[in-house]
Design a protein around this ligand. Structure first.
Ligand SMILES: Nc1ncnc2c1ncn2[C@@H]1O[C@H](COP(=O)(O)OP(=O)(O)O)[C@@H](O)[C@H]1O
Ligand SMILES: [Mg+2]
Length: 191
C-alpha cells in the first residue's frame, strides 16, 4: 500500500489543525505542521507584524525530507501550495468557512483589524482554493465547507473522500454572492 500524504490547507481559522488532529488519531498518521516546521528552523522563518516571513525554497526542501517518512502523514498549513511537491501528495483538502464565522474566529484570536480583513477577503475570493488547484491540479483537490459542521463531521467527510467513498468536489461555496446578497461587500473589502 502506498503511504497516505494528505494536505490540509485553507485560510487561518477555517479549522485545519482541529480536523488534522482528529484525522491523524483515526488513521494513526503523523502531522507535519508547516508553520511549526518553519518556526522550529529559525534560519528560514521570522515572525513579522504580517505573519510569517519564510524562505519557501528552504522550507520546501525541509518538508520534502520529512515526506520520506514511512508513516502516513497529514501536512497542514496554508503555505502547502508553495512548499509541497504535487507528485508526493495523495489528496489536498481545502477547508472553507463563511467569512462571517471566520471573522468571529479571527477576532477571538486577537488578530488586528487589517489582518482579519486580509484573511476574510481572501476567503471570500477563494484564494486558497485557487492556489491549491494551481499548484496541485484539479484532480487532487477537494473542498470542504466547515461553517455549519462540527470538527468530527469535517474529519469524517475528509476521510471518506480520501478513501474515495465520496467524490472530490470543488466550487462548493460562493461567499462573494453571499456577502453581496447581504450588502456587505464594502464592509469586507474596506481597510
Ligand atoms: N467543522 C469544523 N472543523 C474544524 N474546526 C472547526 C469546525 N467548526 C468549528 N471549528 C473551530 O474553528 C476554530 C479554528 O480552528 P483551527 O483548527 O485552529 O483552524 P486553523 O488551523 O485553520 O487556523 C477552532 O476553535 C475549531 O474548534
Ligand atoms: Mg491552525
Amino acid at each position: 500500500m502506498k503511504r497516505t500524504r494528505l494536505v490540509i490547507t485553507g485560510n487561518p481559522g477555517v479549522g485545519k489543525h482541529t480536523s488534522a488532529k482528529i484525522i491523524a488519531e483515526k488513521l494513526g498518521a503523523d502531522i507535519v505542521d508547516i508553520n511549526r516546521v518553519a518556526l522550529d528552523n529559525s534560519a528560514i522563518a521570522r515572525k513579522t507584524d504580517h505573519g510569517l516571513d519564510v524562505d519557501l525554497k528552504k522550507l520546501g526542501n525541509l518538508i520534502a525530507r520529512m515526506l520520506k517518512s514511512k508513516k502516513d502523514l497529514i501536512i497542514v498549513g496554508h503555505l502547502a501550495p508553495y512548499v509541497v511537491k504535487p507528485a508526493d501528495i495523495t489528496m489536498v483538502a481545502v477547508l472553507r468557512r463563511s467569512p462571517y464565522s471566520l471573522q468571529d474566529t479571527l477576532e477571538k484570536r486577537g488578530y488586528s483589524y487589517s489582518k482579519v480583513r486580509e484573511n476574510t477577503s481572501s476567503e471570500i475570493l477563494g484564494v486558497s482554493q485557487y492556489d491549491a488547484i494551481k499548484a496541485f491540479g484539479k484532480r487532487k483537490v477537494a473542498e470542504f465547507d466547515t461553517t455549519e459542521k462540527k470538527p468530527d463531521e469535517t474529519a469524517t467527510e475528509i476521510m471518506a473522500t480520501l478513501k474515495k467513498q465520496l467524490r472530490r468536489r470543488t466550487g462548493i461555496v460562493d461567499w462573494l454572492s453571499l456577502v453581496s446578497d447581504e450588502n456587505d461587500i464594502q464592509r469586507f473589502f474596506e481597510y
